[in-house]
Ligand binder design. Structure first.
Ligand SMILES: Cc1cc2nc3c(=O)[nH]c(=O)nc-3n(C[C@H](O)[C@H](O)[C@H](O)COP(=O)(O)O)c2cc1C
Length: 279
């Protein structure tokens, strides 16, 4: 299974020269405390693909969704490298790249964060989502209730199994008044993971309810104005990929003036895949 964005992967002359400066025989090296990972500049890596079909960019766009239910199988280092190397190609305001990405796969560290995450989710249900959840429980037959209760069950699964998920990515951003500079990269990481058959789910509850505890556990400096933007879970899905059901584009889009019709109607996803639950 390959993500065929620009097949076959063929770096530009400048990119190729840059890679070759860091490599022998056209193999880029990724250095880390776990050793060097060789990434061929000729062929997309296949590690971690789990024998899936080719995923093109449209399929990735349509089927990358919250995949919280994952196995505890580790995500190989070369897959992690591809995820992060894709992520850092994303834009930041002024190209400041005022971000840090902290991968966490140490069971002891994850075990310390798990109860903090569980408490954050409990808080979420009792505060931000309290009204929506009680409305959904009161009328479980309504479509939006079904959706709300499904999200809650899935999110609770992640909380209950936080310590079995193989990999987390914490995103930090600094001096970013918009708060938006890191999210293109985070979504790119999730798309890149999808291309490798790895499921992911963006979460923000830790930063909302317990940032100080997480900073302490992860050793994040507290005097450099880092903001924890998110924590993304990664792992191999137990369920199937599917198209995310959403309110159709013509119901949430306008043209030229607020409230004016966008000019087209899209009654079903414009990608011929099968709508599905995703997990
Ligand atoms: C900004 C943001 C914050 C989110 N925070 C959480 C979270 O704290 N915990 C969680 O389980 N999911 C979180 N999610 C995931 C959403 O619940 C999920 O994307 C949404 O329900 C749609 O899921 P679907 O793509 O599978 O349909 C967050 C998503 C976004 C974009």
């Amino acid at each position: 299974m390959d993500l065929v964005i620009a097949p076959p992967y063929s770096p530009s002359g400048q990119a190729r020269r840059s890679m070759q400066r860091h490599s022998a025989k056209g193999t880029a090296r990724v250095r880390g405390r776990y050793g060097d990972i060789g990434l061929s500049d000729r062929q997309p890596e296949r590690a971690g693909r789990r024998g899936e079909e080719t995923v093109d960019i449209e399929e990735a766009l349509y089927t990358t969704r919250a995949m919280r239910r994952v196995t505890s199988d580790p995500v190989p280092m070369e897959v992690q490298a591809k995820i992060l190397d894709a992520a850092i190609r994303a834009p930041t305001g002024g190209n400041a790249q005022n971000w840090r990405f902290l991968l966490v796969d140490d069971r002891e560290v994850i075990g310390r964060i798990a109860p903090v995450y569980q408490h954050s989710i409990e808080q979420l249900w009792q505060t931000v989502y309290a009204d929506r959840l009680s409305a959904a429980r009161a009328r479980p037959d309504l479509e939006e209730s079904v959706s709300m209760l499904k999200v809650q069950r899935s999110a609770q699964w992640l909380a209950d199994h936080f310590d079995t998920v193989p990999l987390y990515l914490f995103g930090f951003v600094q001096a970013d008044p918009t708060g938006g500079s890191i999210f293109p990269a985070v979504w790119s990481a999730q798309l890149a993971a999808r291309a490798q058959g790895v499921g992911s789910s963006l979460t923000v509850v830790l930063g909302y309810f317990h940032p100080d505890e997480v900073f302490e556990i992860l050793g994040v400096p507290t005097d450099e104005h880092w903001v924890m933007a998110c924590c993304v879970s990664f792992g191999y899905p137990t369920g199937r990929w599917g198209v995310a059901p959403r309110r159709p584009v013509h119901e949430v889009s306008y043209r030229n003036q607020w409230g004016s019709p966008v000019g087209f109607t899209v009654d079903r996803p414009l990608w011929p895949g099968t709508p599905g639950s995703g997990e």
